[in-house]
Structures are given as C-alpha cells and as structure tokens.
Design a protein around this ligand. Structure first.
Ligand code: ADP
Ligand code: MG
Length: 390
C-alpha cells in the first residue's frame, strides 16, 4: 500500500535537493548534492555547468532518499518541485523531472516558489524531532539568501505583505563579494563567519545603511567601503590589488570580516525586530543561507527574547537550499487544493510578494532602473501567469 509520501525537488541554483515528507511538515529523508566545489574555481556560479550538474545528481539524490526512507516510488503520493525564481536551465531540470514522475506515477503535482520554500523551512520537523507548535500568526519573516533579501508580514498561510527588500545586493551576495575581496574564497558567508570568529580585537567599524524608517535594505555602500579600505591598505603595504591576488595579513582580514559581518547583522536584526514590534508579531521566522550565520541567530534570539516573541530559525542545513523546504511549502499548497498541470513552466523571476497591490504595502518606484526592473518583472509574471495553475 502506498505511504502517500510527498516527494520534493529543489534545483533553482547550485544545490540539487530531494526530500520525502510524511504528512505536512515531517521530513522522512532528504539529500542535498551541493555544487560548491564545482563553482569554487570561478568564485561564482556558471549557469550551464549548474544545469548539467543537476542532471548528473538528481537520480542519485532520489535513489538516496528512497533508500534512506525504505521506500519505493510506489510510496510517493504527490510531487512538489521548485518552479522559480532561479536559473532557468537549473529550474528546468528539477521541474521536468518532477513533472515526469508525477505523470508516470499519476499523482498530483505542485510548483513551488523557492522563496516560499525558504520561509516554510521554519515549519519543518526533522525525522526524530519531537512535535512542537507551528509558528503563530501574525509573524514577520526575513528571507536572506544568496539571491534575495526581503521582509514580509504573514497573517495567514501562503499570504504575504512585503515590508521591505534589498534595493541592491542580497545579503548572501554581499557576503560572497566581501569574501572574494578578502581572499577568503567561495562561498563568502561561512568563510567570513569563520574568519570573524578568529578576530583578535575589536571588529573594524564599517558603515550601516539604515534608509530612514523604511524596511528596505542596502548593502552596496558597505561593500564599497570595504573595497576602499582593503585597496588602500594593500597599496600602503606595497601589495597588488585584491583582484590580482593581493592579501592583507590574517589579523586584518579577521578584523574586517568581523566588521563586515557586524554591519550586515546589525541592519538585518534591527529592522526585523522593529518590524515585529510594529506589526504586533507573535513570531519571527528566518530562512535562506545567511540565516545559518551564528552572529545573526544570536542577535535575533536576544532581541526576540526581549520582545517576548517566538523566534524560529531552521538548523543551518535547512537554511541553505534544500528539497525539504520545497516540500514544506508544497504540502501547504497541496492542502489548499492547488494542482499544477504538465504545462507548468519555470519562472526565472518570481517575486513572492510585490511592492504594489496589497493594501498598505510600499509604493513601487516610478522612475529609474529599479522602476524599469519592476515593470519587466510584472510583464514576465503576467506572461507566465497563464502557464501556472494558481
Ligand atoms: P540561494 O537560494 O540564493 O542559492 P542559499 O539560500 O542557498 O542561496 O544561501 C546561500 C548564501 O548563504 C550564500 O551567499 C552564502 O554565502 C550564504 N551563507 C551561507 N552560510 C552563511 C553564514 N554562516 N553566514 C553568512 N552567510 C552565509
Ligand atoms: Mg535559496
């Protein structure tokens, strides 16, 4: 007899994630094949290589979770796959694979927004973990990943009001760029966190972009400030620029890494806590790769404790891209009656919550490059809307 497991697939970027979930939020088994080593040489992701690696690893990842769960494909009762946002070629691999399985097994299919997955990771339970209550509404959710940084308010499942988002780099992207500048390698996030831990004295004081009372974020000024400091110190020491391999002494790298991390953490935590207070949140949930940062977790834990709100941050392995989080969001959508057809397409750009529309949300920009980007996103979405059963 079929066990009615939900098979979930993530392939939006550089991780091939496959998971089996039991019911709505309990992980039965999961596997993530990371391409970090593959892309380390170039210091960033090469899309065509990423897509090919997904194709290479998706079969073994599925075999691994089936074996770990003591299950066969006959135990799969539904399929959830990431449909966007992400690299089109990478998304196509996982979504096509999911569609083919759903068709062959004759089970329901649902396409999941990767960002919704990051958010719903906070609902997941590990295989042996004791039951615990779900995060209570209303809540504020911070998603901080390599490609995205935004803050939303949730008053119910699957409904989001955008509070703020980055106006330039994503937090993870900023960590990755700073890591490269300091010669710490890819990905920069974990490397900066490690270097910062070893900082002997005070962290270097670097700027914070508060953007007034808004909940928006900006990390490009911080990145530029760090670049200027590094280049000036390298030049003063008679060393070549960072792009040509110039490296500061380990103690300085550690102090700058600590200063960079402190600045990002300060802004992320301050705005998230202020938002929680402003909307009267009962909980804060955080997802995305940067949510595995220990300094950010500690700072939010202290702040949430002082506010008396619950804080839910998944374990680090569920913060970075994984299949289980797609299952957690997919299970919600399936429970809400959502079903996708085999004509479901990938959406390289797919904001979870739009600046315009929802009452009380920020007005979209009307001028400049950001306005043009929003307009292009809206067009792409309108275009894709017909192809997505929603
Ligand atoms: P994406 O979905 O955009 O691929 P992920 O959610 O997988 O991103 O997160 C990857 C990002 O998280 C990278 O930019 C990485 O540098 C960052 N990251 C991972 N661990 C940490 C950490 N401990 N501290 C800060 N950033 C981190
Ligand atoms: Mg991600």
């Amino acid at each position: 007899m079929s066990r009615g497991l939900l098979l979930a697939i993530e392939s939006s970027c550089d991780e091939t994630g496959v998971a089996l979930l039991d019911g709505s939020r309990r992980i039965v088994a999961e596997a993530v094949a990371s391409q970090v080593a593959l892309h380390a040489g170039t210091g960033g992701i090469v899309p065509e290589l990423a897509a090919r690696a997904h194709l290479r690893w998706i079969d073994p990842a599925l075999d691994e979770v089936l074996a770990a769960a003591g299950a066969t494909l006959a135990d799969v009762g539904a399929v959830a796959a990431t449909a966007g946002p992400g690299l089109a070629g990478s998304l196509l691999v996982g979504l096509s694979y999911g569609k083919a399985l759903a068709w062959a097994l004759d089970v329901p299919l649902v396409g999941v927004n990767h960002l919704e997955g990051h958010l719903y990771a906070a609902w997941l339970l590990d295989p042996g973990e004791a039951e615990r209550p779900e995060p209570p509404f209303p809540l504020v959710a911070l998603v901080v990943s390599g490609g995205h940084t935004f803050l939303v308010e949730m008053r119910d499942h699957l409904a989001y009001r955008l509070l703020g988002e980055t106006v330039d780099d994503a937090a993870g992207e900023a960590f990755d760029k700073a890591g490269r500048l300091l010669g710490l390698g890819y990905p920069g996030g974990p490397a900066i966190a490690r270097a910062a831990e070893a900082a002997p004295g005070r962290p270097e004081r670097l700027p914070r972009a508060w953007l007034g009372a808004s909940y928006d974020f900006s990390f490009s000024g911080l990145k530029t400030a760090l670049r200027r400091l590094v280049e000036a110190e390298l030049a003063a020491a008679g060393l070549p620029p960072a792009e040509e391999g110039g490296r500061l002494p380990a103690g300085r790298v550690a102090a700058l890494a600590a200063g960079f991390q402190a600045s990002v953490v300060d802004v992320l935590a301050t705005k998230t806590l202020r938002a929680a207070e402003d909307v009267g949140a009962r909980a804060i949930v955080v997802g995305g790769g940067v949510a595995s940062n220990a300094a950010l977790r500690a700072r939010l834990a202290a702040g949430a404790g002082a506010l008396g709100v619950d804080l839910v941050i998944p374990r680090p392995g569920l913060c970075t891209d994984n299949g289980a989080m797609i299952g957690a969001a997919g299970a919600r959508r399936l429970a809400a009656g959502e079903r996708a057809g085999l004509d479901l397409g990938v959406r390289a750009a797919w904001p979870l919550a739009r600046p315009a529309g929802a009452p009380g949300s920020r007005r979209p920009p009307t001028r400049g490059a950001t306005a043009r980007a929003y307009a292009a996103l809206r067009d792409a979405e309108a275009d894709a809307a017909g192809k997505v059963a929603r």
